[in-house]
Design a binder for this molecule. Structure first.
Ligand code: ADP
Ligand code: ASP
Ligand code: MG
Length: 399
């Protein structure tokens, strides 16, 4: 029996009617003879609400305790989806991350999946059950509940698809694929029919939240192809797979972050020490340093407890470290886009021409990035999108 892993995000599960529609879609795939594993996120903005609730009761919450709380959001949707499937007459079983065999490292709130032991899922599939798995969670080597960082259910889906050698890994959200920019920010954005995992990783890293960067890392490591689709209503899809356009250089899209925390250090602080303190986070860019001075940039959505982190840094470093108000970042992303210095110069001049102040600009292998005021991010993204002429089919493989 071939296995399809389908992941449904929080925006697709916000209401009961949506749960029913998801259950019906799963039932159809099941009736077509496929084994189905459905990975679910917490409903709507449950995770953010749970975090805020904890913050009201404790200003400096332990990450282990937060994981216990956050994991409950995904467990609720797994149970409700399984119950909805059963109501439709479909045999289903809901599993926590631990029951599904998702093993992680012990970094609470930002754990990485080490491996998936799929025996329990295989057993349930063999007995004809639809397996509904609570995404975004696993267990640490000491048996504690861990969560995978914001947007982490995508990673659960990819890891389970790899462990089960699934024939397909489908990630459903409120948009019918990966676009040349966030359609909420750039109305002219077009859907990409196909792009490589390397391109998607760069887009995700630079802020295209439609697929999670770590999920793409896992897909790259295990050769998983992802089909990004829309849960409700009609639409197309984007196929994200290993290197369909290897060798081509093209700007595939624009991505942005609204809020990056910038932590500056001077020669008066031990920046290795600082790096260690920030070790649990993925840095947005390599430390931009020169002569002992430099800065680290971290996306604020990775930080569950910003006041806690800034307080700890200030306490540890009495001098030489400054934490700045969040900055925005806008990037033009594409395979090897950062290699040609003229691309960065073009990005800078595009924004300068519209009187948008560029605080800093830099190139990495697959992107050029300008740091701007958070309020300027939308306009800068629209300008990049039109100036780089990304919707030209000669440049990007758009639908
Ligand atoms: P889910 O809750 O299903 O995980 P997300 O909110 O994480 O869904 O991802 C879908 C959202 O990603 C879309 O609503 C869209 O606003 C945003 N997004 C950002 N960049 C892109 C992009 N390049 N293409 C499509 N959607 C994008
Ligand atoms: N519920 C988690 C979040 O909001 C995980 C996810 O949606 O993938 O970040
Ligand atoms: Mg998501």
């Amino acid at each position: 029996m071939d296995i399809i892993v389908q992941k449904y995000g929080g925006s697709s599960l916000a209401e009961d009617a949506q749960l029913r529609a998801v259950a019906q879609r799963i039932a159809r795939a099941r009736n077509d003879g496929h084994g189905i594993v459905a990975v679910v996120s917490a409903m709507g903005n449950t995770t953010s609400r749970l975090l805020a609730h904890a913050g009201r009761l404790n200003a400096n919450p332990e990450h282990r305790e937060l994981d216990m709380l956050l994991a409950a959001g995904e467990q609720k949707s797994a149970s409700l989806l399984s119950l909805t499937l059963q109501d439709l007459g479909v045999d289903a079983i809901a599993l926590t991350g631990a029951q599904a065999g998702v093993r992680t490292c012990s970094a609470h709130l930002n754990a990485r999946i080490r491996n998936v032991e799929p025996a329990r899922m295989r057993e349930a599939l063999a007995s004809g059950q639809v397996v509904v798995v609570a995404g975004f969670q696993g267990t640490s080597p000491s048996g504690d509940i861990t969560t995978l960082g914001r947007g982490g259910s995508d990673t659960t889906a990819v890891a389970i698809a790899a462990a089960l050698s699934a024939s397909r890994c489908e990630i459903y959200s409120d948009v019918d694929g990966v676009y040349t920019a966030d359609p909420r920010i750039v109305p002219d954005a077009a859907r990409l029919r196909m792009l490589s995992l390397v391109e998607m990783k760069a887009l995700a890293h630079h802020g295209a939240g439609v697929l999670n960067e770590r999920a793409i890392d896992y897909a790259l490591e295990h050769g998983v192809t992802i089909f990004a689709r829309k849960t409700h209503g009609k639409g197309g899809e984007t196929v994200v797979r290993d290197e369909p356009g290897a060798g081509r250089t093209r700007i595939v899209g624009v991505a942005s972050h609204k809020a990056l925390l910038r932590v500056d250090f001077t020669e008066h602080a031990d920046h290795e020490d600082l790096r260690e303190m920030l070790g649990e986070f993925d840095l947005f860019a390599p430390a931009l340093s020169e002569g002992g001075r430099g800065s680290y940039l971290i996306t604020t959505e990775q930080i569950a407890d910003i006041p806690g982190l800034t307080g700890a840094i200030s306490k540890r470093f009495s001098e030489g470290v400054t934490i700045h108000a969040p900055l925005g970042a806008v990037s033009a992303v594409g395979r090897r886009a950062g290699r040609d210095p003229s691309t960065l110069a073009f990005a800078r001049s595009t924004l300068a021409g519209a009187d948008i102040e560029v605080r800093q600009a830099f190139a990495t292998e697959h992107a050029v990035t300008c740091l701007v005021d958070p309020d300027a991010v939308g306009e800068a993204a629209r300008l990049f999108h039109s100036s780089f002429r990304i919707t030209d089919t000669g440049v990007a493989d758009v639908a």
